[in-house]
Design a protein around this ligand. Structure first.
Ligand SMILES: [Zn+2]
Length: 378
C-alpha cells in the first residue's frame, strides 16, 4: 500500500519509519548496554557489537532504508507469534521406497509429509542455510529442513525412454519435492542430500548421469553435504583416516561440481570420531575442511541457530520414518499445541525478531550483519 503513495508522502513515511527504527535501536542498546547509556547515535551499532557481543549491521540506518516499507507492526508480529528463537524440525530420511521401516519411508508417506508440512505453515530451507542463519522464509512461516542420508536411488532416479531421452522419476524424492513445489510455490524446494561414494544415487550403469543429477539438485536450490567417502564408523578410524574420508568426500563432490562448497556433515550412524573436533574441521594432504554444521541422528527438533542452545557440532535431527515411533507426527502435533515453541519467521532474512521476554537467549553466532528486533509479547 505504501508504495502506491505519492513520492512526498512516501518520503515522509520513510523518515518516520526510519526514526522508529533508530528509536528501536536506542531502546535495544539501553537494554543490552547498561554500562554505556549515552551513546552518540552514529556509534550505536559499533558499541552494541563490542559491548554486548551481539553483532548488528554496521550501518543499520543505511541498510534499513530500503526495508522500511516492509517493517511489520507489533500487532502483526504478535498475531503470527513471530519467534525466531523457536525450535526447528530437521527431518532425517533414508530410503524412499515401497515399505515403511526404521530406515525407509514409503513414497506415499513422504508425499503426505510434504502435504502436512505445507498445511501446517512450514517452509523448506537447506541445512546449510539453517546453520548459517540465512533463513529466508515468509512472514508467519516456520522453516523445516529435509535431509536425506546415503544417496540411495530412491532419492534421485532418472528414467530413460525408448528414444534415449530421460526424465526425473516423479516418485523419487527429488521428483516428489519438485512437483510439490510446482503446485505450491510458497513452500520452497530445498532439501539436503548427504551422499557417500563411489556411486551417489546409485544407478551404477549410468556414470554420466551423476554430474547431471548434481547440477539438477543445485538448480532446484537443494544442497549436497558430506557423509564420508565410504560410510565408515568414524569411531573406529585413526584421526588421519577420519580426515581422509571427509576430505575425499568433498573432493569427489567437487570433481562433479567444481568449487562446490560442502558446508554441512551428517554423521554416519550418528557416531562421532574419537577426536570429536575432527567432525567439524581438519585437513588431509593439504586439503582443509570446515563444516558449518554437524548433524546427529535422533528424535528432537533443533534449537534456533540464533539461540544460546545452538551447537554447530551437534545439531539434532528427527527420524521421519514411523517405525519404531512416529516422531514426525508427534512433533507436528506438539508444535500445533505449543505454537510458542516453534520458530516463526518475521519474513525478513536480515532481521532477527524475537519476543521481548526471550531476548536473553540470543547468542552472537550467526547474527553477523543481522538486525535484532524485539517486541512485547503480551
Ligand atoms: Zn548413512
Amino acid at each position: 500500500m505504501i508504495s502506491t503513495k505519492r513520492p512526498q508522502t512516501h518520503f515522509i513515511i520513510c523518515i518516520i519509519t526510519l526514526l522508529t527504527v533508530v528509536f528501536l535501536f536506542a531502546c535495544q542498546n539501553k537494554n543490552l548496554n547498561s554500562n554505556n547509556e549515552q551513546l552518540d547515535q552514529q556509534q550505536q551499532p559499533e558499541h552494541l557489537q563490542e559491548s554486548a557481543n551481539l553483532p548488528i549491521s554496521n550501518s543499520p540506518v543505511d541498510s534499513t532504508i530500503e526495508e522500511t516499507e516492509t517493517v511489520v507492526s507489533e500487532d502483526i508480529l504478535r498475531s503470527h507469534k513471530v519467534n525466531e528463537l523457536g525450535q526447528v524440525m530437521i527431518l532425517m530420511y533414508h530410503i524412499i521406497g515401497d515399505k515403511e521401516d526404521e530406515w525407509e519411508r514409503t513414497k506415499n508417506n513422504f508425499k503426505n509429509d510434504l502435504k502436512t508440512l505445507y498445511e501446517e505453515g512450514y517452509y523448506l530451507v537447506t541445512a546449510r542455510d539453517f546453520v548459517s542463519g540465512n533463513i529466508n522464509v515468509p512472514l508467519g512461516k516456520t522453516p523445516v529442513v529435509l535431509t536425506f542420508d546415503d544417496g540411495t536411488e530412491g532419492h534421485f532416479r532418472l528414467i530413460e525412454k525408448e528414444n534415449g531421452e530421460f526424465f526425473v522419476d516423479p516418485d523419487c524424492a527429488v521428483g516428489i519435492i519438485e512437483n510439490f513445489a510446482k503446485m505450491h510455490p510458497d513452500f520452497g524446494s530445498a532439501a539436503s542430500f548427504y551422499v557417500y561414494y563411489p556411486v551417489p544415487f546409485r544407478q551404477n550403469d549410468r556414470p554420466e548421469w551423476r554430474r547431471y543429477k548434481y547440477e539438477y539438485i543445485i538448480n532446484l536450490g537443494m544442497e549436497i553435504g558430506n557423509h564420508t567417502f565410504g560410510h565408515e564408523f568414524l569411531n573406529k578410524l585413526t584421526d588421519e583416516d577420519v580426515q581422509k574420508t571427509l576430505v575425499k568426500n568433498i573432493q569427489a563432490t567437487q570433481k562433479l561440481l567444481p568449487d562446490y562448497p560442502v558446508d554441512t556433515f551428517a554423521l554416519t550412524y550418528g557416531i562421532y570420531p574419537k577426536n570429536k573436533e575432527l567432525a567439524v574441521k581438519g585437513s588431509f594432504e593439504g586439503f582443509t575442511y570446515h563444516h558449518k554444521g554437524v548433524f546427529l541422528v535422533g528424535s528432537h527438533p533443533a534449537p534456533s541457530p540464533y539461540s544460546i542452545d545452538f551447537k554447530t557440532e551437534a545439531i539434532p535431527r528427527i527420524r521421519a520414518a514411523s517405525v519404531p515411533s512416529d516422531f514426525f507426527h508427534q512433533w507436528i502435533d506438539y508444535f500445533k499445541k505449543n505454537p510458542d515453541k516453534r520458530f516463526v519467521s518475521d519474513g525478513d532474512a536480515k532481521t532477527i525478531t524475537v519476543p521481548e521476554s526471550l531476548k536473553d537467549q540470543l547468542n552472537e553466532n550467526n547474527m553477523i550483519d543481522k538486525l535484532i528486533r524485539t517486541y512485547p509479547n503480551d
